[in-house]
Design a protein around this ligand. Structure first.
Ligand code: SF4
Length: 350
């Protein structure tokens, strides 16, 4: 059994906000294999983006835990070592392509600079690699567009350039934070296809952040559902969509357009990150909450089906943080208060 490409254990990220200490990420663990897409999903403020930025210490905060990548704990690396990791082994794709590109340099020059910084090539050879990258991400007439500036590209084309920039270091891990949020549905589908093709071609691992479970259903191999800095549920895409265990996951699914009879928003507001509630962090909004949910720690992540190794969902990694998965409750009781909602995933037949 090979080691995962990325292994995150008990990651905690804290920083000082205007109203006190913010525990943005509080004990998050997951693994990501080469060639796999792992989606972090959840509402705004769930800690998805901070988790991604913490991987290469892009976030100015106190970090604890372990981030194993390339045989070392990135939290123990010096700033010089981290600079080598960023952009080469681990590349980030951010949601705003406009902000990721320098408006005063041509896209070709920006790409060539990335290639020269991360690969052992310079000059004309680096230019050829840059043009090849533009071509690979689907920029028509790539050589002719080399000297164009970012403002001469559409939003979708700019995001393709940003992906080319991320690939300039030939990374092993792509961290894509809501890379299609600013794009219309057609361009979004094209970018998701492009990421899938590039992943298959290069066997990179992709950590994909989205608030949109519909997008996660299209791209994910496995999913981590986050709420208020904690992992609520984790498992393969089929397990999560066919047998969602956590009331929060089920509530997110009912919010999806086309699922159930109508849009069904989650009641209440996300918690104040400077003053998280005792017990399960979701309890103020949970329709299934019982007294035990209001005290102690977040329930541990438990096997979604301990009766066999693979579980009902056929997924041994499927686990849920909810008291109803503990010894004192019957998870079947969840069904009456938190109904399921079906979502079509990429692998499902029509
Ligand atoms: S632990 Fe309680 S509050 Fe949390 S999801 Fe389960 S039932 Fe709801």
């Amino acid at each position: 059994m090979t080691d995962p490409l990325l292994s995150v254990r008990d990651l905690r990220v804290r920083f000082e906000g205007e109203s006190g200490e913010v525990r943005a990420v509080d004990g998050v663990s997951f693994d990501l294999d080469a060639g796999e897409t792992l989606c972090l999903v959840g509402e705004s403020g769930s800690g998805k983006t901070v988790t991604c930025e913490a991987l290469t210490r892009l976030v100015p905060a106190d970090l604890d835990g372990e981030i194993r990548f390339g045989g070392r704990n990135l939290l123990d690396c010096s700033e010089t070592e981290l600079r080598e990791v960023r952009g080469s082994s681990v590349a980030h794709i951010f949601q705003n392509p406009q902000g990721a590109l320098d408006p005063v340099y041509s896209v070709g020059d920006q790409l060539r600079e990335g290639v020269e910084r991360n690969r052992d090539v310079t000059g004309e050879e680096a230019r050829e690699v840059a043009i090849d990258l533009l071509d690979r991400v689907g920029i028509p007439e790539a050589a002719a567009r080399y000297d164009d500036y970012p403002h001469e590209f559409s939003g979708g084309m700019k995001q393709r350039v940003v992906i080319a920039l991320a690939l300039s270091g030939d990374p092993d891990l792509l961290v894509a934070d809501e890379p299609t949020t600013a794009l219309d549905v057609t361009i979004q589908a094209q970018i998701l296809d492009l990421l899938r093709d590039l992943q298959a071609e290069r066997d990179v691992g992709v950590l994909f952040v989205t608030h949109d479970l519909g997008v996660a259903a299209q791209v994910a191999d496995r999913i981590v559902v986050m709420y208020a800095g904690k992992v609520m549920e984790r498992g393969g895409v089929s397990a999560i969509f066919d047998s969602p265990g956590h009331p929060y996951t089920r509530a997110l699914m009912r919010c999806l357009p086309g699922v159930g009879s109508a849009l069904d928003p989650i009641p209440g507001d996300p918690i104040d990150p400077t003053d998280p509630p005792e017990g399960c962090r979701f309890h103020p909004r949970c329709t299934a909450a019982v007294r035990a949910c209001e005290s102690g720690d977040q329930p541990p992540l438990r096997d979604a089906d301990p009766s066999d190794d693979a579980g009902d969902s056929g997924d041994a990694d499927h686990c849920v943080s909810c008291v109803f998965y503990g010894p004192d409750y019957d998870r079947a009781d969840l069904a009456s208060s938190v109904p399921l909602a079906g979502v079509q995933t990429e692998g499902d037949d029509d």
